[in-house]
Write a protein that binds this ligand. Structure first.
Ligand SMILES: O=C(O)c1ccccc1N[C@@H]1O[C@H](COP(=O)(O)O)[C@@H](O)[C@H]1O
Length: 196
């Protein structure tokens, strides 16, 4: 099971996630309690070994803003939330990194439909941190896709059973309060997800 830990802002938590076996680490560079500047993301990304993917997370920004932040931070993937047109993905293709399209279950769930490399299926109310009807997407997305939205160490096994994703992504479920990550929760989430 591929696991992404998102919304990291402290070196300690980057180290924990890498040591506990995360496949990808996300830095939020849009409006959020987890927001980091591209410069801070670059410092954190410098700690990450090459086998772990670094992802810049954006919501609604235009492609040029995303491009500038991605280049300044050095992330190797860009994750776009919100209703971005196909053209935004095409415009970012030449960055050379992986493109992640974050959608809800009502969207086009064919991975690659917008030139993205990875699909991320999130809660209907993205960012709420609340569990949703994960079973509603079982068997629907095609290609490589991550399940997100309200996942925690305690429910990730149930969510994976319900939706059968290729991988999972967590942010608020490994926090003690909005934006405050917890190393024990990060380790517990990775252990639970990898036991699948
Ligand atoms: O984490 C945020 O604050 C955020 C802000 C804007 C867009 C996306 C954001 N996070 C992503 O949301 C999903 C689900 O997170 P959660 O586990 O339910 O808190 C995940 O993909 C994060 O990368």
């Amino acid at each position: 099971m591929y696991v992404k830990i998102c919304g990291l802002s402290e070196p300690e938590h980057v180290t924990t996630a890498v040591e506990a076996g995360a496949d990808a680490i996300g830095f939020v560079m849009t409006r959020s309690p987890r927001r980091v500047t591209p410069e801070r993301a670059a410092e954190l990304a410098a700690q990450v070994p090459p086998h772990v993917l670094t992802v810049g997370v954006f919501r609604g920004e235009d492609p040029e803003t995303v491009r500038a932040a991605a280049l300044a931070s050095g992330v190797r993937a860009v994750q776009l939330h919100g209703r971005h047109p196909h053209a935004d993905f095409t415009a970012l293709k030449d960055l050379g990194g992986l493109l992640v399209r974050a959608v809800d279950a009502e969207a086009d769930l064919r991975c690659g439909a917008y030139d993205e490399d990875l699909l991320l299926v999130d809660a209907p109310h993205a960012g709420s941190g609340l569990p949703w009807d994960w079973a509603a997407v079982h068997g629907r997305p095609s290609g490589h896709w991550l399940l997100a939205g309200g996942l925690t160490p305690a429910n990730v096994t149930e969510a994976v059973t319900a939706a059968a994703p290729w991988g999972v992504d967590v942010s608020s479920g490994v926090e003690t309060s909005p934006g405050v990550k917890d190393s024990s929760l990060i380790r517990a989430f990775l252990k639970a997800a990898h036991s699948r």
